[in-house]
Design a protein around this ligand. Structure first.
Ligand SMILES: Cc1ncc(COP(=O)(O)O)c(C=O)c1O
Length: 403
């Protein structure tokens, strides 16, 4: 309850914002997982998208050099927006990778991980009751961040039958008219779905028609399990940055998830709003980490191809294990996930997840945690070696987890 009795002070009464937060589905799964580990079960954790690769050597070398530098500069408070060199590196990354011009002074920001930026972007632009169009299933932080703003979330399902692209024509006109923002993420966590140029053109047309702002998230743009696929930025379509902010991360492309560094690029006015929130609530990214991130962005990009090949081999191992069990699973072209449909005999993705953990010690993420459209699936994170994926499939077969 947000208050115990109207008008009566209660010190620990929570805010309406907090009360509006949905339960964190994965937290429950992690509790069950930890209980199994305590019981001595050999748990195979395919639940978390937590890369298990060592970051690029030049990131580590640059961080070490920055720490060894006897000047105190790196240890001082960073600027809220990020070092000018960091923002310049973001701009040259966008130029080289996507052919998009970004003004480092006004159109690029350093973030303490993109999760931070996404949540603050939402709180900078959404009032309670405002409408947000959210393509789901989605990264669960979107559900949490939008709930904290108390906005009205209209989920736009991205389903297998539509190639895992949101069906814009299914959005009620009234919802489109009322909405302020539409949020998309390609390549997509959790489905592994990828954008098409046609979809991005339609999205821009739709956003212009209904005067919407586009929040685009390209956290997985350089994890291509299919070498013939090369992800695009939405800024290649909204080149004037008329209505887009795009978030990107060092966590997946460079396995630097513990370092907490990300970036935003896009519309200057929206960036200024995000910066205003940031300057009141955080102090930017440790400068030694920004220097390592600059080295990564400006250095050779072969790391991404190498880790993508590892994820591809893991994907193939997992699919080779579950397809003979009858699972009608799509082959994801990017990300580090497999989006696995569950057998109909299970009441829900949570039931499947619980029973699987109980009988096999394999942890997966129930689809319901990714939004309503996620029910009927579980997400497999390919963050364990191939042998463990083979072992997970072997246990599923042995315990009768056929489709
Ligand atoms: C789609 C998507 N966006 C953003 C993030 C957050 O990344 P970061 O570590 O930069 O906060 C994740 C993390 O899993 C993600 O899947």
């Amino acid at each position: 309850m947000s208050s115990i009795q109207p008008g009566v002070k209660h010190v620990f009464a929570t805010s309406d914002r907090l009360e509006n937060l949905p339960p964190y589905t994965l937290a429950k799964v992690f509790q069950d997982r930890d209980a199994k580990v305590r019981q001595g079960v050999d748990v195979i954790d395919l639940g978390v998208g937590n890369p298990d690769m060592r970051p690029p050597q030049h990131a580590i070398d640059t961080l070490k050099a920055a720490l060894d530098d006897t000047a105190v500069e790196n240890h001082r408070y960073p600027s809220f927006a990020g070092l000018p060199e960091f923002r310049a590196a973001v701009a040259s990354f966008y130029k080289t990778r996507f052919g998009v011009a970004v003004d480092p002074a006004t159109e690029a920001l350093a973030l303490v991980g993109s999760k931070e930026g996404i949540a603050k972007f939402m709180s900078a632009h959404l009032n309670p009751g405002d409408t947000l169009l959210l393509a789901t299933p989605c990264y669960p932080a979107y559900l949490g961040a939008s709930a904290l703003t108390q906005a009205r979330v209209v989920e736009v399902p991205q389903l297998a039958k539509n190639g895992f692209l949101p069906d814009l024509s299914a959005i009620a006109t009234d919802d489109a008219r009322r909405a302020k923002i539409i949020s998309v993420n390609f390549p997509n966590n959790p489905t592994g779905g990828v954008e098409t140029p046609e979809f991005y053109n339609d999205l821009l047309r739709f956003a212009r028609e209904y005067d919407l702002f586009v929040l685009s998230d390209i956290a997985y743009c350089d994890l291509s399990m299919d070498p013939s696929y090369r992800a695009r930025s939405f800024l290649e379509f909204d080149r004037d940055k008329e209505r887009t902010v795009e978030f990107h991360s060092f966590s997946k492309s460079y396995s630097m998830q513990g370092w907490r560094v990300g970036m935003a690029a896009g519309n200057a006015e929206a960036m200024a709003h995000l910066l205003k929130i940031k300057s009141n609530t955080d102090f930017g990214v440790f400068m030694a980490i920004q220097r390592a991130a600059i080295a990564v962005l400006s250095g050779p990009q072969d790391y991404c191809a190498r880790v993508s090949a590892i994820y591809r081999a893991r994907r193939d191992a997992f699919l080779a294990g579950v397809k003979p069990l009858g699972y009608p699973v799509e082959t994801p072209r990017a990300t580090l996930y497999v989006w696995l449909p569950i057998p109909r005999r299970f009441g829900s993705s949570m039931d499947f997840t619980r029973e699987l953990l109980d009988k096999t010690g394999v942890v997966v993420a129930p689809g319901s945690g990714f939004g309503k459209a996620g029910e009927g699936y579980v997400r497999i994170a390919l963050c364990v070696p191939e042998e463990r994926l083979n072992e997970a499939c072997r246990r599923m077969a042995e315990a009768g987890f056929r489709y």
